[in-house]
Write a protein that binds this ligand. Structure first.
Ligand SMILES: [Zn+2]
Length: 390
């Protein structure tokens, strides 16, 4: 007989579920959140339990980073610019407990096999690591015959992405080609209960979101299927995204380090709300492990930075400093991506959910990360590192 799982009782944290629940206790064990309430009774004598005084800390759902190049992105300035894979602590020290990995420009030297194996490796430590099938190019890369088979038959694939449009690095998809991919994503989502979305990389090209607008006008595909990302990369594109938000489109804002004089991701979130669009249609992601390149008019790489999941908490702090209540500021990182990706066990601190919890200090800096009930970070220090981390 195996021993009963150790229970963990977090006492007195200010719980944002993401709704503001005030000071509460959280009980978890066996990978699940078992109870959330004020002054929970201790478990029966003899049951292994660890109690933790969390007064002065804020408990939030573990963050969902729905756009991360888990196996590494980049390579657009030559092979020496291929970005190395994301490490366990890149996610755990950022409070991320669910990451969705994808391929970008390079689907030639990068593979879905490698992405899948990287995600499986991160899951070993308690993280939930899922994947998009595809990549920038069309016809999209897939492991099986098409992206539809990948989602329908391979557990970890939940959607298609990031297919590139309006970008010199895209596969220059025609409208019909793009709609066929969106249909595959949608129907595979129906067949499995998975996300079934088409996560679209948007470049700086003047065509912007025109294909998405046309899809909403001309096809039967539900609006929810189309999920454009990097929509805050230039002002023209952002204006289009805000306008399509009014029509019910959900968009993903990338936590880019802003170019001089350009608004930050947080400022764009506040502008989205100011335009009367609901937070329920906006997600935030990091582009972790991806290169954030800048090109000249000939498509030559001028410079690049690497995306990091830590940008998510930095954006959360900026949103709160900008006047947004914490229960609202958390939504694009927790409840909203969970709903969009149909991850019913994620994004909320409620009994029955997965025990994915981040504890923050009063300045909203990371204190601890618990993923599937496992302590990955405690008191600001990693308890677990990947086997090849320094
Ligand atoms: Zn991208």
């Amino acid at each position: 007989m195996t021993a009963p799982p150790t229970l963990h009782l977090l006492r007195g944290a200010h719980v944002f579920a993401p709704e503001d629940r005030g000071p509460q206790d959280l009980l978890f064990g066996g990978g699940q959140l078992l109870a959330v309430g004020a002054a929970l009774a201790a478990p029966p004598a003899g049951w292994p339990v660890e109690e933790h005084d969390c007064s002065g800390l804020v408990a939030i759902p573990g963050l969902i980073d729905l756009h991360t190049h888990l196996s590494g992105g980049g390579g657009e300035g030559g092979a020496h610019t291929r970005v190395p894979p994301v490490q366990l602590t890149d996610l755990s020290m950022a409070g991320v407990t669910t990451a969705v990995g994808l391929l970008g420009t390079d689907t030639t030297t990068r593979s879905l096999e490698e992405l899948l194996a990287t995600a499986r490796g991160l899951s070993h430590f308690g993280l939930t690591a899922l994947c998009y099938t595809g990549g920038y190019r069309v016809p999209p890369r897939s492991l099986l015959a098409t992206v539809r088979e990948d989602i329908a038959l391979i557990d970890r694939f939940i959607a298609v992405g990031e297919i590139a449009i309006s970008d010199h690095r895209s596969g220059q998809p025609t409208f019909d080609e793009l709609m066929r991919i969106a249909a595959d994503a949608h129907v595979a989502g129906l067949m499995t209960g998975k996300a079934g979305i088409l996560h679209l990389h948007l470049g700086d090209g003047p065509r912007g979101l025109s294909m998405v607008r046309r899809a909403l006008d001309e096809t039967e595909l539900p609006t929810r299927v189309f999920h454009p990302t990097h929509v805050n990369r230039n002002r023209r594109l952002w204006a289009e995204a805000v306008e399509l938000g009014v029509r019910g489109l959900s968009v993903d804002v990338t936590c880019f380090p802003p170019a001089p004089g350009e608004p930050t991701a947080a400022e764009d979130v506040l502008a989205w709300l100011g335009a009367g669009n609901p937070l329920e249609r906006l997600t935030l992601s990091s582009d972790g492990g991806g290169c954030l390149p800048e090109f000249d008019a000939d498509g030559r790489l001028l410079r690049m930075e690497v995306g990091k999941s830590s940008a998510l908490l930095a954006t959360l702090r900026e949103l709160v400093a900008g006047g947004l209540a914490l229960d609202q500021a958390l939504r694009p990182l927790t409840a909203t991506p969970a709903a969009l990706l149909r991850l019913g066990q994620k994004g909320a601190l409620v009994a029955g959910a997965d025990a994915d919890i981040a504890l923050l200090d009063a300045d909203l800096r990371l204190h601890s990360t618990i993923a599937s009930g496992r302590w990955l970070v405690r008191g600001g220090r990693p308890l677990l590192r990947g086997p090849f981390e320094a």
